[in-house]
Design a protein around this ligand. Structure first.
Ligand code: KG4
Ligand code: ZN
Length: 335
């Protein structure tokens, strides 16, 4: 089954052609980062407008690169939730128009389920059940994936998402948007023990995360150093922040793995590109005899190939939408 997929939930306009949920025939991503960088974050109105400008071109390029025509596609898939509503609507309306005119089924896909499915592309052997740490710019969850379309959230962030924690602290340090990537690079040259930041526990919820204390601690430290006229050792600061975020994530994830008995562990979402998170998890899983999977780097961030992959499994359960499909800014990964 060949699926043409569209993704436009945040600041990437993407289209892809994917066969049987695993084989990527083309994947085109048009990033808006260069436009948003001057504002230090995504400006929703600009994002929506830029999706409108890019989507036809990106879609055509994906079909061309796959050497296929819309008539040869079996279904059209689209990220329908969650995300920036103005951005999602562009993709959803485009996909609806395409499905209607080409007389193809329309498959709505949850963005975070797509992030998980990026792993099916990278690892042909990976099958549920497994425990997944889904860490993006907008969400941070520990999800038990019992089947391709059955998921249960067993831990979540109480405040910022992991990517947001990276981006906000990076911004305080004067790093450009998206801060997570820049902080990761800078941290490679720093001392992770130069600064100690809190690793909070959420009382009564052992698998939940909280990043607001870390964010405040970083802001205060920088503020005090500025007041004293001290120069911020940026690489050391980046390495220390990265170590704290990774500690918070791995602590909870490994505890959840131990308690649920899962031995197959999966990372997903933009933050799964983080080099320390990948290294640390590699080490621990080797020691503890767990199998660890994470997506190839180009599939960690937003892309449409992952949406085409998940759509294949959603379609197997009979999920399709009609033209009343609407985008939604929020929706649980469980339903
Ligand atoms: O999944 P994603 O591309 O978009 C959302 O669905 O939100 O995730 C974007 C987030 C941003 O916060 C970005 O800073 C973070 O992923 N990110 C990273 C790295 N690469 C991207 N965070 C830490 N280390 C990285 N290498
Ligand atoms: Zn994403």
């Amino acid at each position: 089954m060949t699926i043409f997929a569209i993704e436009s939930s945040c600041d990437d306009t993407a289209a892809a052609v994917v066969r049987d949920g695993r084989e990527v025939l083309s994947s085109v991503v048009s990033s808006q980062v260069a436009r948003h960088v001057e504002f230090g974050g995504v400006v929703p109105e600009i994002a929506g407008r830029m999706h409108c400008e890019a989507i036809s071109l990106v879609a055509r390029q994906a079909l061309e690169e796959a050497n296929t025509d819309i008539a040869d596609i079996d279904a059209v898939a689209v990220t329908a939730y969650p995300g920036l509503i103005g951005s999602l609507l562009v993709g959803v309306n485009f996909a609806k128009g395409l499905a209607m005119t080409a007389h193809k089924p329309l498959i709505p896909v949850h963005h975070l389920r797509g992030h998980i499915a990026a792993n099916y592309i990278t690892h042909p052997d990976l099958k549920p059940p497994f425990l997944c740490l889904v860490v993006s710019g907008g969400h941070s969850h520990i999800v038990e994936v019992t089947d391709y379309t059955h998921m249960r959230i067993i831990g979540r962030t109480r405040d910022d998402a992991a990517g947001e924690a990276f981006d906000k602290t990076a911004r305080t340090m004067g790093l450009p948007y998206p801060g997570g990537v820049h902080m990761d690079k800078l941290a490679e040259d720093g001392n992770p023990n130069a600064f100690t930041f809190p690793v909070p526990k959420v009382s009564g919820s052992p698998y939940d995360f909280s990043f607001s204390g870390l964010k405040t601690a970083v802001i205060n430290t920088i503020h005090h150093m500025n007041q004293k006229g001290e120069e911020i050792p940026r690489a050391d600061m980046a390495a220390s922040v990265r170590r704290s975020v990774v500690n918070i994530l791995t602590d909870r994830f490994l505890l959840a793995a131990r308690h649920t008995g899962h031995k197959t562990l999966v990372l997903a979402g933009g933050v799964s590109a983080n080099s320390l998170l990948r290294r640390r998890m590699d080490e621990i899983c080797r020691e503890q005899g767990c199998r660890l999977y994470y997506p190839a780097l180009p599939l960690c961030g937003d892309n449409a190939a992952m949406i085409g992959a998940q759509a294949f499994y959603e379609f197997q359960t009979g999920l399709t939408a009609d033209l009343s499909l609407n985008a939604r800014a929020e929706r649980s990964i469980e339903i």
